[in-house]
Design a binder for this molecule. Structure first.
Ligand SMILES: Cc1cc2nc3c(=O)[nH]c(=O)nc-3n(C[C@H](O)[C@H](O)[C@H](O)COP(=O)(O)OP(=O)(O)OC[C@H]3O[C@@H](n4cnc5c(N)ncnc54)[C@H](O)[C@@H]3O)c2cc1C
Length: 320
């Protein structure tokens, strides 16, 4: 109920305009967002790199309404890749296809993705395609395959969401490539005919998918993280849930998959304790670092994930 309400609000334009006009809302958003400028993202990445943690930078923004906006977002992502290269940070980039025009014109969106991949390739960097709501899954996988298989870009990966019934089947097909996968639970509001409504079923499906990913990574020769920290291994476990993380560690040990061939990913500002603990134990950790002015929808999803975050959000009203 709480989650549904906040995810609905995350899509409402009236709420976006109202909440983004509140100064305290931006103060609260800073918990999950590195800042509003590219330099803020780069600085956050440098700070994490010093702790032996890699990053993926995300220019906030989604559901672009015009092709001009999609083109502008593409240019900004190209600038992000230039800045990563200039600063020599151990970071790749994450992109949302609706920001690049997926819902306006699929071919133009694919062309935008290709421009990004081409520059990333020049710098030996990697681009992860985030997964959005269920209505986008087929097209997102379609653009990914077009780039990865038909155009032969090896520096692209995709995200799958364990809450969807279809995910284990999608994963099995993508592992035939084999694709580099970030597995998350899923952050959108989906109906019971496409997604598991109960957390325990999402968790069980997550473990099922982890098992399949780790087995496939082993079969593919267990490729490891690149020495510059930019190209991730095949399986990336994106969760702050210790039970999911521990399951992945245990299963990797059981089948003999080396630690180097697996990566743990978490979101900026969430469970920093586990982020540091895993990095100290020698596991590869990558943090998703969002920045930019379009922080509204991303932050509402973070609020939706945890009722306690609402009190954190409201407490910022009283801070100077
Ligand atoms: C690197 C990364 C990339 C992601 N990319 C995508 C994507 O492309 N598409 C997509 O749909 N989703 C994405 N997500 C979000 C994901 O789907 C989940 O919504 C989110 O990670 C919460 O699920 P969880 O696995 O942490 O498990 P949960 O069971 O939700 O949480 C486990 C524990 O983590 C902590 N926690 C989780 N969320 C919060 C929060 N918001 N605030 C404070 N503490 C919290 C709490 O301690 C909680 O008990 C991504 C997540 C990560 C880590």
């Amino acid at each position: 109920m709480f989650r549904s309400l906040f995810i609905s609000i995350s899509k409402a334009d009236w709420a976006r305009r109202m909440i983004m006009s509140w100064k305290f809302a931006w103060r609260a958003a800073r918990r999950f967002v590195a800042g509003d400028k590219l330099e803020d993202g780069i600085e956050a990445a440098q700070n994490l790199n010093q702790k032996n943690i890699n990053t993926t930078l995300d220019l906030l923004g989604e559901q672009t309404e015009t092709l001009e906006q999609a083109e502008k977002a593409t240019q900004s992502i190209l600038e992000m890749l230039e800045a990563i290269q200039a600063a020599q940070v151990r970071s790749n980039v994450s992109v949302k296809l609706t920001q690049l025009g997926l819902k306006l014109d699929k071919q133009i969106c694919a062309d935008n993705v290709q421009k990004i991949l081409e520059l990333a390739k020049k710098y030996n960097n990697f681009v992860r395609i985030d997964m959005e709501d269920a209505a986008c899954v087929d097209d997102t996988i379609g653009v990914f395959k077009e780039m990865r298989v038909n155009k032969g870009y090896e520096n692209v990966g995709i995200v799958l969401q364990a809450y969807l019934y279809r995910t284990v089947d999608d994963l099995a097909k993508l592992m035939e490539i084999p694709a580099r996968i970030r597995l998350c639970k899923g952050a959108y509001k989906e109906p019971a005919d496409v997604a598991f409504p109960k957390k325990k079923d999402v968790d069980a499906n997550y473990d099922r998918a982890v098992k399949l990913m780790l087995d496939s990574a082993l079969k593919a020769g267990a490729p490891t993280l690149s020495p510059d920290g930019r190209i991730p291994p095949i399986p990336c476990i994106a969760s702050h849930d210790e039970n999911r993380i521990n399951y992945a560690i245990k299963y990797a040990k059981q089948i003999g998959l080396p630690n180097d061939a697996i990566e743990f990913q978490m979101l900026y500002g969430i469970r920093r304790d586990i982020q540091s603990k895993l990095a100290e134990q020698g596991y590869h950790v990558r943090i998703y670092v969002p920045f930019g002015t379009e922080w509204y929808a991303y932050n509402m999803r973070r609020l939706a994930e945890r009722p306690a975050n609402l009190w954190f959000f409201l407490s910022n009203f009283f801070k100077k």
